[in-house]
Design a protein. Structure first.
Lengths: 932, 218
């Protein structure tokens, strides 16, 4: 045995010469082996997310939040060490993988041939010459939402110079109804800032404010901080969620009411009327009177401290009513503040998409510049954009990918990724921040400013200059510019750029009451996909494999419907149906979700791509094919016809009931007050041996289930930090997904409209770890500070450990999952973590590389490790500070404070595994005297 | 029932069994010998470099400190190789036309790094940190040998796990006073027991956990 092992070793360790390449001129800041963090901005859906990009020797590997940026968070948990990072969204976390995507567009293309920048500029020059004569007649620019101040000024310049040219804004997940709602209510454009930290009763009207939208991280943090403080102080806030689909915000809600869209409209109207908005009463039949009464009473008790928020996909009428209700209940100036709009341009775009398509069909559009978008894929089906596009004589596409639209364009210009570009953007509250390149453009992409500038004159300025040109006169004294610029770059925010608040007064509302769905036909709800959003992120493997909140579905979208609706049609999970709406049809598999509103079907947009790249093509179905420009978010008259086929849906959780075992402890606030201290009450489980002593640190984690919003940011953060591979749909179907942290969802047992609950589960680092005793080769061991260690080079892949793990958190590399061939993806990997290969078990390590780094730093300075010095990747990303990590032996550490709270419990404690990870029971605050 | 094998088969069987045992032992012994030999570990084998840089000349004759070139050894996991401009700090003044230094000048002119050949390669799955070792009193020469006597660089130790563990199990054997870490002439022999224990205390070496797997493997 030993000889054969030794001989294999000989064959394996051939000594190939390896080169070492030091710098020629070493950059001053770089210390090899130490990462650098650059504050930069990642725009998502146009709005800024402030981040810190972790760079190893010039390559960004990981995204953390910038605590100084308003769209991230300042931590409130008390630690000894200052906290360096803020929270992030799942999409900020995954942006670093997009950067290295091998399927990104790599060259300029002209009529299907590889081109270069110079001939493009020559061609643009002929256009400039022509437009200077005719004022830009026939020139149209189609953009998405953007907030970049420098880009906006370039746009203004362009439109001023070519008065005949027109700008069209189309965003498949736009916020048109927010704008229209403000118009209806106030007669002017205004943005709303929500102060969840001041609200005692929050009413989310089809709003997923906790995980969706440009302010989600900030809002979720403010909401949850107040909520958690309220548990002790007794002033816990209460969240009502009335929704037409199933969202994480509904999961967190104390009272959730699922309604189909037509009922929802009636509900909002009735609610507004009851709280005192001056509108006609509406026929309330069919509404849940009990719920409505309870809500209205609660609201009347909390005048000035309630908050209404509506989702960007609700109707303009709902938004107007929300403004009215906030006004009537005295919330304005307290929980709700109005500001000048963030999205630039004093006026709305000069044209709507429908008008553009009409012009294209009439031959009035000569040149169309598609500026970062994919209208051939994501425009409403009734407009038939793709057909009209063919009639435009000159079509230019600018974007990160050579997508469906680029394929039908004469010119395609590859975009630089935000992590490769100089740029700027505004956050939800107007705060501007700069983007700085963390790496030179991998594929020669161009920044938006460069492309737009090209249409004004032959560019002599670099991308940096183009951004600086705008800010030169706007960062205070011009003589101080370099100092101010460097300060803004370092901090990641430009001071004093927040939108000023705005006084608005409510107009008398002239609204049309909602029409009930008379023939009771099936309704449809379109939503952006929680992972791949509008489809532009379709090729991101991390997002594709990310289990969607609640359904835990990966690599697919589905027609989500409630159990009753499904059983009426005789449908089972995964049955394929033909969905028909206004004589357009698509085929989709059915997902039966308890708690989903009956009588309606949710379709997630963003799938069914044909030209997104190797990961995204042919995955799921394209729900845009049913969407119309007049009813982009909800519609009625859908019919379902089973095709008789069946599609396997790759979900990562197959059973959502607790079966009386209560892995997730659930308490109401009243129960929590009466609860005795669980820890002191429970008798110690008998042990055969004396307990092992941990004289040094005892690492532990605490997960507060009250705070978890199921946003998945931790899952992607972990994947990014620990170089966790993507396995693909077939392997997920075989139960072989590799995530080290998962978020289980459980449904309440006894309820006609059961709500879900979230529970993040990682390796528990048991003191009596069942996995350790069964490993025949000692590949999993216990460290002196209580970590359950996994030693990859010892592992021979018996999988005994995984079989003996009661928490099912160990992951096995059944195949060679980590990509060893694609060069660009290797740049993303964390150099402090081993890349695991086939046949090896792996699992959560409590981010051992971060522990090790902090331990070395502390020991070099001969001091103990400070509490909060080690922040695990999941903890850093979490918007609500659900996860806390630290030393259980250290008096006063955050994790030890939580471990003695009376609602603290350990998962499957009865097995006496003595897990180091413990949970705080989920506490909800339903209105007293009511059963939910 | 007649015998299947002739009686002489017993001899053959015994011979084969003994041979098999001998064979197993021999193969194992050869394998172990090979594994530990400098043919496999490359201990003492000099590696050709694009510039025949002599540590002996720079360290022993000129007295250049290790940290002049390996400047992140006290702060980072890697000691780091000097950037070309560090070479050029002196060699823009000294030996400016030496043929041996042509690759250095070319690198500086063309902004192309020098392709050094790696001498010390840790096995996979090992994460080594220079700064903690140096700060706790492990001298450069303890692992890298008498670099000041090496005209061309060669490995001085096998870097086998067994070799690492000698010290991780008993740090008192090789630990030095902190001011002797970069001193090439400090004796390489094991410390006397008492003095070693004293040094472990002075340097505040935390001995618990030094042999945890994830101290090095992760």
């Amino acid at each position: 045995m030993s000889s054969s092992l030794a001989l294999t070793g000989l064959v394996g360790c051939g000594s190939q010469p390896e080169n070492l390449l030091p710098y020629v001129h070493q950059p001053e800041e770089i210390v090899p082996g130490k990462p650098l963090y650059y504050a930069t901005t990642l725009p998502f859906a146009g709005f800024a997310q402030g981040v810190l990009a972790e760079c190893h020797m010039g390559r960004p590997t990981k995204i953390e939040g910038n605590p100084l940026h308003p769209a991230s968070t300042q931590r409130v948990e008390e630690f000894e060490a200052p906290q360096r990072w803020g929270a992030t969204t799942v999409h900020s976390q995954s942006a670093v993988l997009d950067l290295y995507d091998p399927d990104r567009s790599k060259s300029i293309q002209h009529r299907g041939r590889v081109g270069t920048w110079e001939p493009f500029l020559d061609w643009v020059q002929t256009k400039i010459d022509a437009y200077d004569g005719n004022g830009g007649k026939g020139f149209r620019i189609l953009t998405r939402t953007f907030t970049s101040p420098s880009l906006t000024s370039k746009f203004q310049e362009l439109l001023n110079r070519y008065p005949q040219a027109k700008w069209i804004l189309y965003d498949p997940i736009g916020d048109d109804s927010i704008r229209q709602g403000a118009q209806l209510a106030f007669g002017e454009r205004v943005d709303t800032i929500h102060h969840f930290d001041r609200a005692e009763v929050v009413v989310a009207l089809d709003s997923d404010f906790l995980t969706t939208g440009p302010a989600s991280v900030h809002d979720a943090h403010a909401f949850m901080t107040r909520r958690r403080e309220g548990v002790e102080s007794g002033a816990m806030n209460r969240l009502y969620s009335i929704e037409t689909s199933s969202t994480p915000t509904g999961v967190v809600a104390d009272h959730r009411l699922p309604l189909k869209p037509s009922q929802f409209e009636t509900f909002v109207w009735a609610l507004a009327q009851r709280v005192g908005v001056n509108i006609e009463p509406v026929d309330e039949s069919g509404l849940d009177q009990e719920f409505l009464d309870r809500l209205v009473n609660d609201l009347k008790d909390h005048r000035g401290s309630s908050l209404f928020i509506a989702g960007s996909w609700t109707s303009a009428r709902t938004h107007a009513l929300v403004h009215a209700m906030n006004q009537v209940l005295g919330n304005v100036g307290k929980t709700v503040v109005y500001t000048e709009p963030v999205v630039p341009f004093e006026e709305d775009p000069s044209q709507s998409l429908a008008e553009l398509v009409q012009e294209m069909n009439d031959g009035e559009v000569e040149t169309l510049l598609v500026f970062d978008g994919n209208p051939n894929y994501d425009t409403p089906a009734d407009l038939k954009f793709a057909e009209a596009y063919e009639k435009v004589p000159e079509r230019i596409h600018y974007g990160l990918y050579h997508n469906e639209t680029a394929l039908r364009s004469h010119w395609h210009i590859p975009a630089a990724h935000p992590l490769e570009s100089w740029g700027d953007a505004r956050a939800y509250d107007g705060t501007a921040s700069l983007s700085q390149p963390t790496i030179a453009p991998l594929y020669g992409g161009r920044t938006p400013q460069e492309v737009l500038a090209a249409f004004l004159k032959r560019p002599a300025h670099t991308p940096l200059q183009l951004v600086q040109d705008y800010w030169r006169t706007r960062l205070g004294e011009e003589s101080d510019f370099t100092i101010q610029w460097n300060r803004a770059l370092r901090d990641g925010v430009i001071p004093d750029t927040r939108s000023p608040s705005k006084e608005v007064s409510l107009r008398s509302l002239d609204l049309e009451p909602p029409k009930p769905n008379k023939d009771d036909s099936l309704e449809v709800v379109f939503r952006p996909d929680p992972s791949v959003w509008d489809g532009s992120l379709c090729n991101n493997g991390w997002l594709q494999e990310l289990p969607k909140p609640i359904t835990r579905l990966t690599w697919d979208n589905s027609a989500i419907l409630g159990p009753d609706t499904a059983s009426k049609q005789g449908l089972e999970m995964g049955d394929e149906v033909t969905l028909a709406l206004h004589e357009r049809t698509i085929n989709a598999p059915v997902f039966i979700l308890p708690g989903h509103p009956e009588g309606s079907v949710t379709l997630h947009l963003g799938y069914g791509r044909t030209r997104s790249g190797a990961n995204g093509d042919g995955v799921g179905f394209n729900a845009y094919q049913l969407r119309t420009s007049t009813a982009p978010w909800t519609d009625a008259g859908l019919t379902l016809t089973p095709t008789g086929k069946h599609k396997d849906l790759a979900t990562t959780q197959h059973h959502h009931r607790m079966e009386g075992r209560e892995p997730l402890h659930l308490l109401t606030l009243a129960e929590y007050r009466d609860q005795k201290d669980e820890a002191s009450e429970e008798e110690k489980l008998a042990a055969m041996y004396d307990p092992y002593e941990y004289p040094d640190e005892a690492w532990g984690m605490n997960i507060d289930l009250t705070k978890c919003i199921g946003c998945n940011a931790c899952v992607v953060a972990c994947q990014s930090e620990n170089s966790i591979p993507v396995v693909g749909k077939e392997q997920v179907l075989a139960g072989r997904e590799m995530h080290w942290i998962r978020i289980d969802s459980y449904f309440e047992e006894e309820s006609p409209t059961p709500n879900a609950q979230f529970q993040p589960v990682t390796c528990m680092h048991c003191e009596n770890a069942p996995c350790e005793v069964v490993c025949p080769v000692g590949a999993t061991q216990h460290s002196h500070d209580g970590l359950n260690e996994m030693i990859y080079n010892r592992c021979i892949g018996t999988r005994y450990c995984s079989n003996n793990c009661p928490y099912k958190v160990r992951r096995f590399n059944f195949l060679q999952f980590s990509d060893a061939d694609t060069e660009s993806l290797k740049l993303q990997r964390n150099p402090d973590v081993t890349v695991r290969s086939r046949g090896v078990m792996e699992k959560c390590t409590y981010c051992i590389q971060r522990i090790s780094e902090a331990r070395i730093d502390a020991r070099k300075e001969n001091r103990p490790i400070r509490d909060g010095e080690i922040v695990t990747a999941c903890q850093a990303a979490c918007p609500t500070e659900t996860i806390v990590f630290g030393d259980l032996n250290k008096k006063g550490s955050a994790v030890s404070r939580k471990a003695v709270q009376k609602e603290n419990y350990q998962l499957l404690r009865e097995l006496d595994t003595r897990p180091r990870t413990s949970y705080l029971a989920r506490i909800t605050n339903p209105k007293e005297g009511d059963a939910v | 029932m007649p015998q299947i094998f002739h009686q002489s088969a017993n001899v053959l069987a015994r011979f084969l069994i003994v041979s098999l045992v001998i064979l197993i032992f021999t193969v194992s012994a050869v394998a172990v010998a090979y594994y530990r030999s400098s043919y496999s570990t490359k201990v003492g084998v000099t590696i050709d470099q694009p510039v025949p840089f002599s540590h002996q000349h720079h360290v022993q004759v000129l007295g250049v400190d290790c940290r002049f070139c390996h400047n992140s050894v006290e702060t980072s996991k890697t000691a780091s190789l000097p950037a070309t401009e560090i070479c050029m700090k002196c060699h823009s003044q000294l030996w400016t036309n030496a043929n041996l230094l042509a690759p250095v000048r070319e690198s500086f002119e063309n902004n192309e790094p020098i392709h050094w050949n790696r001498v010390h390669k840790l096995p996979d799955f090992v994460f080594f940190n220079h700064s903690i070792h140096v700060s706790k009193g492990i001298g450069c020469s303890t692992c890298h040998g008498r670099v000041d006597r090496m005209p061309l660089m060669a490995k001085a130790e096998s870097l086998h796990m067994q070799w690492c563990l000698q010290c991780h199990r008993n740090p008192e054997i090789f630990v030095r006073p902190k001011d002797q870490v970069f001193e090439m002439t400090y004796p390489l022999e094991p410390n006397p027991e008492q003095a070693g224990q004293q040094l472990v205390e002075t340097n505040q070496i935390q001995t618990r956990g030094l042999t945890d797997c994830q101290t090095c493997h992760r």
